[in-house]
Design a protein around this ligand. Structure first.
Ligand code: ASP
Ligand code: MG
Length: 410
């Protein structure tokens, strides 16, 4: 009986392509999929560490660099691996060729360094896939409106893969990495963490945006929007990974599915802010103008009716520009003091189950209190509760929460 040809996108991360032997092993894996009769397009990252090195070189030459030239430099890591993998496949007798972003092309906007994909053209590779050729696509890169090379932000080859899978109408998008899938918590910190067989798109989106690094947030957004069947799995093992699914595909929904954390946080407190209408706008407006994203916000009611304190968090890299922007506007604002602290971590518990259950927050606060961990700020969404705590307590907090929600492996 004729087998139905499946169209598969495979993405390999930097550690899976970390040296020549590993690239050859990836080629074997790609060959196996193609030998099974499937159409295979592969998206590659740069070799582990290469993008960091390239970005360092850019900063060494010019700390305040032209973002267009930054992209020219950092996009090269993926060009190397796409060529090498195509060669390794050819060496195994598999017809293959490399594709760079501009060659497909993958059109993006012109936000160099953090570009967003507008359209992936697939006519050329579809024709060749049908002829049995493997397409090896350089991830992380595209081409802007003026024909210049763009990159999609760190971790962006996940997004390249999911966008390509969506454009190709692929049956599956397998994201091969160095971990076995998505875990209930970072297994390097929580020894009891378990691999999840399935996770909803929504939960994965929160996990990624709250600091879990398995997938780029934008990749999950595209997968959710276009219903791409994404699987995260290890290229070093032959075990099934974690599948991204819709909520109705999960039979036994846990209250909390996972715990994420982010060290990329800094806290700013404005002391003695006058308590009158328009003050929040006067503070957050200039921050937005300075391209500073504000995350958690805590404002006290004023005890004396005249002034109050305001605490909020920004990404670590935005701390200096945020302070500069606030000091510029302080002539009109007249707050008494500005304090900042970058030794803070945001810990988030995530689960669609909390939509229909009360008490999830109380459990979190109690578990932290039992360990003597002070909460500095809180924010919530329908399926997530985040707290800001001192950096020194992150391991303790993650382990305590993991047990409190019954996530520990048995
Ligand atoms: N090589 C790029 C990075 O290190 C893109 C990626 O690996 O996804 O960020
Ligand atoms: Mg990655």
């Amino acid at each position: 009986m004729a087998r139905i040809v499946q169209r598969i996108v495979q993405k390999y991360g930097g550690s899976s392509l970390g040296d020549i032997d590993r690239i050859k092993r990836v080629a074997e894996r790609v060959k196996a999929a193609r030998d099974a009769g499937d159409e295979v397009a592969v998206v590659v990252s740069a070799m582990a560490g290469v993008t960091d090195q390239l970005a360092d070189w850019v900063r060494e030459v010019a700390p305040l660099h032209d973002a267009r030239e930054y992209d020219v430099v950092v996009a090269t890591g993926e060009q190397v691996t796409s060529g090498l993998l195509a060669l390794a496949l050819q060496d195994l007798g598999v017809p293959a060729r490399s594709w760079h972003g501009w060659q497909l092309p993958i059109h993006t906007d012109d936000e160099h360094g953090v570009a967003r994909i507008r359209e992936v053209r697939t006519e050329d590779i579809e024709r060749r896939l049908a002829e049995g050729e493997v397409a090896v696509v350089a991830g992380f890169q595209g081409v802007g409106s003026g024909g210049r090379v763009t990159t999609l932000g760190r971790g962006g080859s996940d997004t390249s893969a999911v966008a390509l899978a969506a454009a190709l109408g692929a049956d599956r998008c397998d994201i091969f990495t160095d971990v076995e899938g998505v875990f209930t918590a970072d297994p390097r910190i929580v020894a009891q963490a378990r691999k999840l067989d399935k996770i909803t798109y929504e939960e994965m989106l929160e996990m990624a945006s709250q600091g879990a690094k398995v997938l780029q947030t934008r990749a999950v957004e595209i997968a959710m929007k276009h219903q791409v069947r994404v699987q995260v799995l290890s290229s070093f093992a032959d075990t099934p990974g974690t599948l991204l699914v819709d909520e109705d595909e999960i039979v036994e929904q846990e209250l909390v599915s996972g715990i994420a954390y982010s060290r990329d946080e800094a806290k700013i407190t404005l002391v003695g802010v006058p308590d009158r209408p328009g003050v929040a706008a006067a503070i957050f407006g200039p921050l937005a103008d300075a391209n500073v994203n504000v995350d958690m916000i805590v404002q006290n009611v004023s005890a004396d009716g005249a002034s109050t304190d305001l605490t909020f968090t920004v990404a670590k890299a935005d701390l200096e520009p945020a302070i500069a922007a606030l000091e510029r506007v302080n002539r009109d604002l007249e707050f008494k003091a500005l304090k900042s602290d970058s030794n803070v971590v945001k810990v988030s518990v995530i689960g669609v189950g909390m939509r229909s259950h009360a008490g999830v927050a109380r459990q979190m606060f109690q578990a932290l209190a039992d360990k003597g961990i002070n909460i500095q700020a809180i924010s919530t969404s329908e399926i997530k509760i985040s707290v800001l705590i001192a950096e020194d307590y992150v391991e303790l907090a993650l382990r305590a929460l993991h047990s409190a929600y019954g996530l520990d492996s048995r």
